[in-house]
Design a protein around this ligand. Structure first.
Ligand SMILES: [Fe+2]
Length: 589
């Protein structure tokens, strides 16, 4: 049985396919359209999933969408009646809901088949239910507290429930206009980061500030009873004027959500491009702190209600790796599972598994342990790309060598890294979720204090306050970090042991922390081997790992990787078994 899961007409549109309960493919549409966070109908992601399953669209048995325009209808109607939102807001939402409802017609027209030949029924799964399902149903836990925290979806800002076997029972919804994600978004916008998905930048900035605005943050978001919280709506406009949102065939765009009163409280908002001052850093730090206070209030209340030691987390806020790294300190939970695409993209997986497990009643038979669910390319396909671009490679004086032996490939690559070179590492299936985890990564030496600058100069040109992350052998975590808890998906920040910070300065953030990815032989054998070869040369089982891209979505196809290599000053590119080196390599690094 094939279930097609979709997150469509929403940021990070994506598709996945579940075959007899196994997740065999999952990918975000942005990787194909090459526009970050692309929103719309994920036609190319669907095509890829079908190809991976070896079927045509007509063979799909069920379509699952992570939105249900009918969910919480009464609440919506009551809100519309009492608050009388603007006509524009109502009409925008209705149009978007219409697209979600009409998904079968839209798919059949895109795939040029009669809609009658699509036998699959469409299941609309409430947004946060799909979020909770996206983690719980693919987690290793038989029973767990399931929590979803995000902006808004189907009129809800956060939700928690009880996952047991093949069912999730919803226990609580926090309704519009309250949302912790919206609080984070408002302050992110206030700090001058206005692109969709910029919240993670503010999280990086928070390390440089102090909690000097904690009182003010306490006025903006208030802790309420049980697993609840409230926003002081005077600081926001989303509930009154609405927020302009564009979810169709392009980069999602969101208008401002904060009011003038927020500027009265905190001072004038930072304009995009303006200098970042200590005041901005203090606001970022205070906001992150307040976010954590409320987040842990929710988790502790959920623990008190469930008394379960296992937690599964999802929703955009589950990408807040600073907060995630403190879960064991601040709550009684003993185990936590977050899937790699915890944000809206992951809703495709949650919706599909909700159908497989909860609606169809199948027992759970899959744990999402590896994030490598996207496209892969054979060496002969890579060779064709290299042949097609032979002129450009010649012009840039690049040498190409085919290295059959994997151990030699890893040994030579590790040698380049240990000599300070920046290496593009493109292997196997692309990662599902926003983190590059060793298959579409740029890797370099974490021991060099100047590596961050080199990376920024050669490739990334990103804000200097944003940290780079470490990939570490799983059995060395306890030696380097103040935890030994594995995290193969790079979703938690932990303190690096004080005596190790000077050994890996390039991946040690300003506050002595690092957002680690643990790598095991079982999880990614080749990447593990690469780190092992680096360890043999240097004694350090750690690499600096950043996503393979340059202000664009992570590269998917070898041609995009080659393009990125040629237009930046990357020193070495390893594409499958091909190693491409610049001729002037000895002058670099
Ligand atoms: Fe969401």
């Amino acid at each position: 049985m094939y279930i097609l899961g979709l997150n469509s007409y929403h940021g990070d549109s994506s598709a996945c396919i579940v075959a007899d309960g196994k997740l065999i493919a999952a990918v975000e549409e942005e990787r194909f359209t090459r526009i970050k966070h692309w929103a719309g109908l994920p036609v190319r992601a669907i095509s890829y999933c079908l190809k991976e399953a070896g079927i045509e669209i007509e063979a799909i048995d069920h379509i699952a969408v992570n939105r249900d325009p009918k969910a919480n209808f009464l609440k919506k109607a009551l809100f519309a009646f009492s608050k009388r939102p603007s006509l524009q807001l109502v009409s925008d939402r209705l149009k978007n809901a219409g697209k979600v409802k009409d998904i079968k017609t839209l798919i059949s027209s895109e795939f040029r088949v009669q809609s009658t030949s699509l036998k699959a029924p469409v299941h609309n799964i409430e947004h946060h239910v799909a979020h909770m399902g996206s983690s719980f149903f693919v987690s290793p836990f038989e029973e767990a507290a399931a929590v979803s925290v995000d902006g808004f979806g189907d009129f809800v800002g956060s939700m928690w429930g009880l996952g047991r076997g093949n069912k999730i029972e919803v226990r609580h919804r926090t309704f519009f206009p309250y949302s912790l994600g919206l609080f984070y978004l408002a302050l992110t916008q206030y700090l001058g980061f206005s692109n969709y998905g910029d919240e993670y930048k503010v999280m990086g900035l928070a390390a440089y500030g102090e909690g000097k605005f904690l009182d003010e943050m306490g006025q903006i978001v208030k802790i309420a009873q049980k697993a609840d919280f409230e926003l002081d709506l005077d600081f926001f406009i989303h509930h009154a004027d609405g927020v302009s949102m564009t979810w169709e065939n392009g980069e999602p765009k969101m208008g401002p959500v904060f009011s003038k009163k927020l500027e009265e409280l905190l001072g004038p908002a930072r304009k995009k491009g303006e200098e970042i001052t200590q005041r901005h850093k203090n606001i970022a730090s205070s906001m992150q702190k307040r976010y954590e206070d409320v987040f842990f209030h929710i988790l502790n209340a959920v623990y008190n209600e469930t008394k379960l030691p296992y937690l599964t987390l999802a929703g955009g806020c589950a990408m807040n790796s600073l907060a995630n790294g403190k879960i064991f300190q601040k709550t009684p939970f003993k185990e936590v599972y977050i899937q790699p695409a915890a944000g809206d993209a992951g809703g495709a997986v949650g919706a599909a598994y909700y159908v497989w497990n909860q609606i169809l009643g199948n027992s759970r038979n899959f744990v999402l342990e590896k994030p490598y669910l996207g496209p892969e390319f054979r060496n002969d396909e890579i060779k064709k790309v290299l042949d097609d671009h032979a002129d450009r490679l010649n012009k840039e004086a690049c040498r190409v060598e085919y290295i059959e032996d994997k151990e030699r490939l890893c040994h030579l690559t590790a040698g380049h890294i240990s000599e300070g070179r920046v290496v593009g590492w493109f292997q196997g299936r692309m990662e599902w979720g926003p983190r590059a985890l060793g298959n579409r990564s740029i890797v370099c030496d974490p021991r060099r204090t100047d590596m961050q600058n080199i990376m920024n100069l050669k490739i990334k040109r990103r804000e200097s306050f944003r940290p780079f992350a470490p990939s570490i052998h799983v059995d060395a975590v306890g030696e380097y970090f103040e935890t030994s808890y594995p995290d193969p998906f790079m979703l938690k920040v932990y303190k690096i042991k004080p005596d190790k910070r000077s050994i890996i300065p390039a991946v040690t953030h300003f506050d002595g922390t690092g957002r680690l990815q643990t790598v095991s032989e079982n999880n990614n054998e080749l990447y593990w081997m690469l780190i092992d070869e680096f360890r043999k040369i240097t004694g350090v089982p750690v690499l600096l790992n950043t996503s393979f891209n340059e202000n664009e979505p992570i590269v998917c196809h070898p041609e995009e990787a080659l393009d990125c290599f040629l237009r930046t000053k990357m020193d070495v590119l390893v594409l499958g078994n091909f190693m491409i080196e610049r001729d002037d390599i000895n002058e670099t690094g």
